[in-house]
Design a protein around this ligand. Structure first.
Ligand code: IMP
Length: 193
């Protein structure tokens, strides 16, 4: 019998991606599948904290094993920011175009443009917490390039790639991305159980 695991998200893209990977062994349910409609408040000041809040929200209410993710862009020149504020960096309403413009303004004239994307996945299984990390190092371009992807993709150049995430396209991005690396860690753990 397939094991059931909740992914505490309603992001259709993330759900499709993870279902394709885990489909053989697990049934992955979304928040909508278990009738949780709330927009779970992300009030922690770390990615780990926010991923745990989301996973606990589900586990504590349903007792179902669950995982949740949280991603941030960490820019050295901004002291590791925007970090947990990545999605709403420029305004309270998610506006990816305004976010990238603000980031480019903040880094105008700066020589250190080093940054990384970090994804944390929190898994709660039988009440026990486990964290998985995926990181991709890179730097912030001086202007947006490319049309694929989403969010900060047009200004993020992964180390050694010579082009932005938005220029390289989904397939190549998925081989090296922060999220792919965090998911690989989760998979490796689930597969050894
Ligand atoms: P989330 O925790 O996955 O919702 O990610 C938070 C925010 O980080 C998103 O709203 C995006 O602005 C940004 N982000 C996360 N992953 C990526 C990515 O792969 N490319 C570009 N931006 C990303």
């Amino acid at each position: 019998m397939k094991r059931t695991l909740v992914f505490a998200t309603n992001n259709a893209h993330k759900l499709k991606e993870i279902r394709e990977i885990l489909t053989e062994r697990m049934e992955v349910l979304s928040l909508a599948d278990i009738h949780i409609e709330a927009d779970i408040p992300e009030t922690a000041d770390t990615l780990e904290g926010n991923a745990l809040i989301k996973a606990h929200y589900v586990y504590d209410r349903t007792g179902l094993d669950c995982f949740a993710d949280d991603t941030g862009l960490e820019v050295d020149e901004l002291g590791g920011g925007p970090g947990v504020h990545t999605a709403r960096y420029a305004s309270e309403v998610y506006d990816p175009e305004a976010n990238t413009q603000k980031l480019l303004r903040e880094l105008q004239g700066k020589t250190n443009r080093k940054a990384r994307f970090r994804t944390v996945i929190a898994l709660i299984e039988h009440g026990e917490e486990r964290l998985f990390n995926g990181v991709v190092e890179g730097e912030i371009a001086t202007s947006p390039k490319g049309t694929e992807g989403f969010g900060y993709d047009p200004v993020f150049v992964p180390e050694g790639a010579g082009q932005t995430f938005a220029e390289m396209g989904e397939e190549r991005k998925n081989e090296i991305s922060h999220r792919a690396r965090a998911v690989a860690q989760l998979m490796a753990y689930l597969n050894q159980e």
